[in-house]
Design a protein around this ligand. Sequence first.
Ligand SMILES: Cc1cc2nc3c(=O)[nH]c(=O)nc-3n(C[C@H](O)[C@H](O)[C@H](O)COP(=O)(O)O)c2cc1C
Length: 213
Amino acid sequence: MVLMKVLLVNGSPHKDGCTYTALNEIVETLNSEGIETNIFWIGNKPLNGCIGCHTCSKKKKCVFDDKVNEFLDIAADYDGFIFGTPVHFAAAGGAITSFMDRVFYADLNAGKEAFYLKPAAGVISARRAGTTGTYDQLNKYFGLMQMPIVSSQYWNMVHGATPEQVKQDLEGLQTMRTLARNMAFLLNCKEVALKNGVKLPEREEGVFTNFIR
Ligand SMILES: Cc1cc2nc3c(=O)[nH]c(=O)nc-3n(C[C@H](O)[C@H](O)[C@H](O)COP(=O)(O)O)c2cc1C
């Protein structure tokens, strides 16, 4: 069996905060299932939003040389992805939103396909509210990137204002463990299928229709 690897993105400005606590529960479970893991922290330095310059089409990376290019450099080595975010004003944090916009736009424009058919999930951390809207927000990236969305026993969220409070959210942590086991199962299914001759889907030439008469 090939050793499979999952990359977990901590999209919080806090390296060891609530989002990390949720991701760490997933890491421990994935490791116990024989899946290798790494956590990629986006840091707490300013992360520019996408400026739509399309430099990524030519340079095959983002025009801003920061955490986004660091992540793009290693993404192809991984088999699955988890993106964690705190809720900021009932949406994903500004930095992780900029990060994901630029990561996926650059990957598409560069034609790198580092994410194609790789299972993904979003993990949401909040003190109280805005979790389901944020969950929808993250899933939209995976839906466009042809990344199968891994689900759990509940929508992937933990509650708490501190890591200690998150540790008291027993249902939230169980949801993380179930998500990890479901991710491991799907990764194993894909691996066995490809080994046994199941081919990746046939692909058509892309059609790009803008709504102009
Ligand atoms: C700017 C900002 C906005 C926030 N907005 C919300 C919110 O809308 N709903 C909520 O439940 N918590 C909100 N919080 C609290 C965080 O979501 C919560 O403490 C989070 O889980 C912290 O995760 P972290 O330790 O990984 O950064 C907000 C925090 C900040 C800094």
